[in-house]
Design a protein around this ligand. Sequence first.
Ligand code: TRP
Length: 372
Amino acid sequence: MAEKRIILTGDRPTGRLHIGHYVGSLRNRVAIQNAGGFERMFVFIADAQALTDNFDNPEKVRQNIIEVALDYLSVGLDPSKVTLFIQSQIPELTELAFYYMNLVTVARLQRNPTVKTEIAMRGFGADGEEAAFGSGLPVGFFTYPISQAADITAFKATEVPVGEDQKPMIEQTVEIVRAFNRIYGETLVEPKVVLPSNAACLRLPGTDGKAKMSKSLGNCIYLSDTAEQMHKSVMSMYTDPLHINVSDPGHVEGNTVFTYLDAFCRPEHFGRYWPDYADLDELKAHYTRGGLGDVKVKKFLEKILNEELDPIRARRKEFEKDIPAVYEMLKKGSEAAREAAAATLDDVKRSMKINYFEDKALMEEQARRFSE
Ligand code: TRP
């Protein structure tokens, strides 16, 4: 029998979602949703995880819940097909995480490359990598991969579509599942990570060519940006510093405009917007030869981005008209998600033999022991 497919993923509500999130995961999720053939699909707002490094700024997290919910709805996630919920509203997740903590060593957490980078970026502790894991590091942040394992396993997820940086979290989850099942008996389900197939989508750089889109660098194109805001971002995009005159040969590697084209451009776009070329390879060849200006390529990219983002912007406008309905949808989703998580927590407690009040055999055994 084919395995029941359960799909789960989420995002931290620390800001609006941008086109890096879109090509890295959101677009994929909508495709999975529309293809169907799964048992259930969950997409959630990871506010509890966001608080592990924003515990002193709950207002930021609170404000961004609705932004992320609107981003979800506007890219086309459909609450009639997908359960959308808020992590903190599912207390079962915290309980699971507490039991999983017994199965993970400090050394294992210290090896998590994503956590390492995040710690370095946020500058917890003193200087240097060793010190980063020192006494200044909040335990909640250090252990968030365990909480993420709870998020995934609570819903018995089989597939987790995420960006590349989340791969270590899924690996950690698989280890926890194996340890749990080995010690307490077959209970939890091993998830698989689902990554985008295209390299440009795995890690879309910022508009300034820096490795990552980040709010603090101001190099993002948000899904909720207007066409005018996006126009400015595209026109000021980093290209090839050696391509000074139109006639100069250009480089496409490390050229943000071409990386974005790799992520967004499809052959039919040429027919629609630039019939001089058959496909992206031809365009790249011309640019590399020389004689093709950046502005022309940027205008082409802008048309492609607008084609993709216009329907998203339009849907957002509609959902913005009824914010209470968005909260109501999240509340319903959270209730449904809680039911699913509670069922798994019951399984876990049974396996761990901490289901005292439903364990008739235990009660009888203890009664006998004290009557002898
Ligand atoms: N770590 C993810 C992020 O930073 C959010 C997240 C929390 C998540 N729990 C998850 C993603 C479980 C997938 C599955 O965006």
